[in-house]
Design a protein around this ligand. Structure first.
Ligand SMILES: Cc1cc2nc3c(=O)[nH]c(=O)nc-3n(C[C@H](O)[C@H](O)[C@H](O)COP(=O)(O)OP(=O)(O)OC[C@H]3O[C@@H](n4cnc5c(N)ncnc54)[C@H](O)[C@@H]3O)c2cc1C
Ligand code: FES
Length: 512
């Protein structure tokens, strides 16, 4: 029996478990379209629908199945309240940019509400207030300032000294009329509408894009998949981490991994969505369930590949949930990661300073339901040659050392430290491995660091431990049974197959 068998709940996302898997065909030959959308998460599906509604011909190219990536594992709060972000954006970027961020995200809530209503989408969409509560007296001032700043940016914010959170708190910033939904039910309905829209649109799954070339002075971009080529006037790169990186996104954003439990409660949950923006981070929102009152709780954030046992994080999260709620049972557990930009503003716009016709959306900072929806609209507008309303604030080519400089240095120093420490450990120690089922270790063979792990059945899997992105040493993730890179967040299966970028190549297999 592996350690994972003792973890709370079933190892599955509630959103994936309560919807049918999609079955769109793979791309079967070359295509020429107005807009190619690479990646079928919330940003890609929303962008594709906007483009199709504008009468464009569209090809959505998804390497796996749509809405099974980060979007299939979110907690799906649909809110412009993103922790204590507005005071930070004001300090880093100034009033105008902070206001644009708030407007883009508020408009995204209304876009989702409007689509749900107009098309009668059955996706548990529900209006609720959102609260970022102070974890202790020390944080009261920061929470109160956030309320003042957000109110000054015309957001529906106020300081609430007595929020309905079931725990000790000296107060919260409350945003009225926010929302939550079932992200897959919503986005799978949008995918149907993409195919029904005026333009000629197609969705292709199991179609991995291997390279994207920009217009380069010509009329068309070129998108290569494993077997075919799509020629497009514009390409929208919505692969979470961009699969082409001429903008050095790996050094300008960092991966934040966090954990979710779906728990059944003995009593009705409080009315509201809650967030504590300080360690130990904690997020909670109700979920309507036929089985009885349910709450989704999240937290235990850490940089991917760093911070020890991930399995323990599920146990700690369960304890946090039980501290605040009368938990009857834990039904599901899952985990995923999102990229946070060094200046906290997402990157939405032209992929690189010299690229033409390729647009990116990334760095949603853990708040992609609204940022991804806003990005989808903006990307489709770029593809039509328009100038989107909030483009300045989100411009990926921005260079503002004042805004992101300190974090840029800190993040890249952290990468350098991980690189040196892990290579020293890998070369000096870990020669003999006694690995139990469900465990993995970096071991040394012939002077080379190897990633060796045993699956739950006891079979040993061995691959190189050197991340093909920029040569950092991968770490074992015991909660998900994967190899995770502590430098920029690439993840690999127990067999070394790449699960998420920036790496695009597998860890080479080695003999056992
Ligand atoms: C634990 C957790 C909880 C969260 N909760 C919230 C929340 O409550 N509210 C909120 O607003 N945000 C939340 N977020 C953030 C939000 O979920 C993400 O920002 C958002 O889902 C990212 O969407 P995306 O479209 O960029 O990426 P994804 O959903 O990952 O979509 C990218 C797609 O691209 C595909 N792809 C990758 N490479 C290729 C390739 N080479 N070729 C073709 N396709 C490719 C992938 O398979 C994937 O389907 C949370 C994040 C985490 C980690
Ligand atoms: S993800 Fe950059 S070195 Fe591994």
């Amino acid at each position: 029996m592996s350690d994972r068998d003792s973890l709370p709940g079933r190892d599955a996302s509630l959103w994936l478990d309560t919807t049918e898997r999609t079955d769109y065909p793979p791309l079967d030959g070359d295509r020429m379209v107005d807009t190619a959308v690479v990646g079928g998460g919330i940003a890609g599906v929303t962008a594709a629908l906007h483009a199709a509604e504008a009468g464009q011909s569209v090809a959505v190219l998804e390497s796996d199945r749509i809405v099974e990536g980060v979007t299939g594992k979110t907690t799906a709060k649909v809110t412009a309240q993103h922790g204590l972000i507005y005071a930070d954006l004001l300090d880093k970027h100034g009033r105008d940019a902070a206001r644009q961020y708030g407007k883009a995200n508020s408009a995204a809530i209304e876009e989702i509400a409007d689509r749900v209503e107009r098309h009668d989408i059955d996706c548990n969409f529900e209006r609720l207030p959102a609260y970022t509560y102070a974890g202790d007296e020390d944080q009261r001032g920061a929470v109160s300032r956030e309320a003042t700043v957000a109110e000054g940016l015309d957001l529906p914010a106020e300081f609430e000294p007595d929020p309905p959170f079931p725990g000790e708190t000296p107060g919260a910033v409350e945003f009225e009329e926010q929302a939550q939904f079932h992200p897959r039910k919503y986005l799978l309905a949008l995918a149907d509408q993409i195919l029904e829209a005026d333009g000629e649109a197609e969705i292709f799954e199991q179609t991995k894009v291997t390279a994207v070339d920009d217009r380069d002075g010509g009329d068309h971009c070129r998108v290569e998949t494993e077997h075919s080529v799509v020629t497009a006037e514009s390409v929208l790169l919505t692969t979470h981490f961009p699969i082409e990186d001429p903008g050095f996104y790996f050094a300008r954003q960092y991966p934040k991994r966090s954990y979710v439990l779906a728990v059944e409660l003995a009593d009705e949950p409080p009315r509201g969505m809650f967030y504590r923006d300080k360690s130990p981070y904690f997020s909670a929102r109700p979920h309507p369930s036929a089985e009885g009152p349910m709450m989704l709780v999240g937290g235990q954030n850490h940089k991917t590949g760093q911070g020890g046992s991930t399995a323990d994080r599920y146990r700690k999260l369960e304890r946090q949930a039980r501290d605040h709620f009368d938990v009857e049972s834990v039904e599901y557990r899952w985990s995923t990661q999102d990229y946070v930009s060094v200046d906290r503003m997402p990157y939405v716009g032209e992929l690189g300073p010299t690229t033409e016709g390729v647009y990116v959306a990334t760095g949603f900072g853990g708040w992609g339901m609204t940022n991804g929806t806003a990005a989808g609209r903006m990307l489709a507008e770029f593809a039509r040659g328009e100038d989107p309303r909030w483009a300045d604030a989100f411009d990926p080519t921005r260079i503002d050392p004042e805004a992101g400089g300190k974090n840029l240095v800190t993040e890249n120093l952290n990468v350098g430290k991980e690189f040196t420490k892990d290579w020293a450990e890998a070369l000096l120690g870990g020669k003999d491995a006694d690995i139990a089922p469900g465990e993995g270790q970096v071991v040394r063979r012939g002077g080379k660091p190897l990633a060796a792990a045993r699956d739950d059945e006891g079979d040993l899997h061995v691959s190189s431990a050197v991340c093909p992105h920029l040569d950092c040493i991968v770490h074992w993730n015991d909660g998900e049974q994967s190899w995770d890179c502590p430098c920029h967040g690439s993840r690999f299966s127990i067999d070394g197959e790449v699960l998420e970028g920036p790496a695009v190549e597998d860890l080479p297999k080695r003999g056992e």
